[in-house]
Design a binder for this molecule. Sequence first.
Ligand code: ATP
Ligand code: XMP
Ligand code: GLN
Ligand code: MG
Length: 534
Amino acid sequence: MHDKVLILDFGSQVTQLIARRVREAHVYCEIHPNDVSDDFIRSFAPKAIILSGSHASTYEDHELRAPQAVWDLGVPVLGICYGMFTMTVQLGGQVEASDHREFGYAEVRAHGHTKLLDGLQDFVTPEGHGMLKVWMSHGDKVTALPPGFTLMASTPSCPIAGMANEAKRYYAVQFHPEVTHTVQGHALLTRFVRDIAGCKGDWVMGGYIEEAVQKIREQVGDEEVILGLSGGVDSSVAAALIHRAIGDQLTCVFVDHGLLRLNEGDMVMDMFEGKLHAKVIRVDASELFLGQLTGVTDPEKKRKIIGGLFVDVFKAEAEKLKASGQGHKGATFLAQGTIYPDVVESGGTKTKKATTIKSHHNVGGLPEQLGLKLLEPLRELFKDEVRELGVALGLPPEMVYRHPFPGPGLGVRILGEVKKDYADLLRRADAIFIEELRNWKDEATGKTWYDLTSQAFTVFLPVKSVGVMGDGRTYDYVVALRAVQTSDFMTADWAELPYGLLKKVSGRIINEVRGINRVTYDVSSKPPATIEWE
Ligand SMILES: Nc1ncnc2c1ncn2[C@@H]1O[C@H](COP(=O)(O)OP(=O)(O)OP(=O)(O)O)[C@@H](O)[C@H]1O
Ligand SMILES: O=c1[nH]c(=O)c2[nH+]cn([C@@H]3O[C@H](COP(=O)(O)O)[C@@H](O)[C@H]3O)c2[nH]1
Ligand SMILES: NC(=O)CC[C@H](N)C(=O)O
Ligand SMILES: [Mg+2]
């Protein structure tokens, strides 16, 4: 049994980052809505509890509070921003709207000595005050400490920016230690979960394999499993893990929906041939997918159709297994490479139902009557943990460090109606972009631009523009290049690719791909844009 930290989500945009930072301290944690029952909290048996931020204000929203069990368990509690406010009002202090809203960078003075902030500082003022460089995002403030609390930190506009009741091991900060802009944030959260709460730091991927293998064996018994294998990071790692657990009871199904990248089908099959010893069936379903998508232009409709067809194909393959004889009983489990952010983003851990931005095909897009039991062994892991697990399982780095590729594939990178001709043009343009990213090295770091970006691809715009080529007029399609840097895919910056690289890519695409006469570069960050265009 791992020591566990419970994160109660009050609806902050960055709750997931709290979980990231705690996991980085090698402590297992889960995010749950703030209104879980007292019984749930007791049976979860956390060694510490963290209360997240929120869009709400305590004096307007009187329901949004931590359950009583949080205060009855006797475990350390850390409140962050709204978490500090609800701690304040629930324990007898006071919160008011401030006339000084703070968003962004701030310098906080650490007062006195608390176990949480002891020795943590970014610089010292001439007067000898230890200071922290932090990120703030609030319009309310604590105006009276609850009984038993002492002041831990302050800024000129926010005199109570941190407070503690060390006897009870309650701590709270106004700033956000979970965002990387708070320089000592990682150290602070590590201090809280490891030193103050005494969690062991036993959450390491090498050791996790045995535990996961055991769990899969118990869950599956002697039944059969088919796994949707995409060649992407998550499903490849899931396949390696499940294969280690149940060997030949696993059959992988790789679906070619006609919306894969250039030569991807062959590459994926080659990659798995020697490396993964599991059986892989390749299904050519391109006519089925492209046929069903004819005439459909709405992005959400496209996603739902693709999600539904994936399941149809998986079910058909599960049946075929039985028909094949060869000792197969037919699969009763469908395994997928679903990871924790897929679950969080689909609203699975949120207090209130989050707005659907897009339906990810493997979570929101699954039909109610699946007819197969789900096996998702990576459901609790973040992407970088999945990568670490892949390395520990012996998968090759080129597989583990690939850019992610969405299940709907080029289906969401061809805007509007999907046509085979468009997909063919896009495949060729995209292959040039990726090839050049792999070739182009950054002198300062010695890394290629493929490794310096988190995800890069080309988008097909079904509009035509005029050009001139070899003294003749062209009237052809436009593509957009997209390259982003991100650690969690929740927020992302567009990559500042070298002009020379962009020039080479655009020159090659226009010269080599007849039918495209214009290349643009997408300079939008997420938010307010998203990474994919649909
Ligand atoms: N072409 C495909 N054939 C079979 N299954 C697929 C295919 N594309 C996606 N899937 C299934 O959908 C799941 C979610 O896709 P997703 O792209 O999030 O993960 P991935 O492809 O495994 O990894 P990555 O995020 O690195 O692309 C996959 O783990 C896999 O189970
Ligand atoms: O497997 C997937 N099925 C989907 O339906 C899907 N939609 C987006 N993505 C990937 O998710 C990350 C964030 O994308 P967005 O900023 O476009 O939402 C990016 O990495 C996207 O490529 C998907 N992956
Ligand atoms: N980030 C937060 O938790 C903000 C809390 C509260 N909504 C405020 O504006 O002060
Ligand atoms: Mg993928």
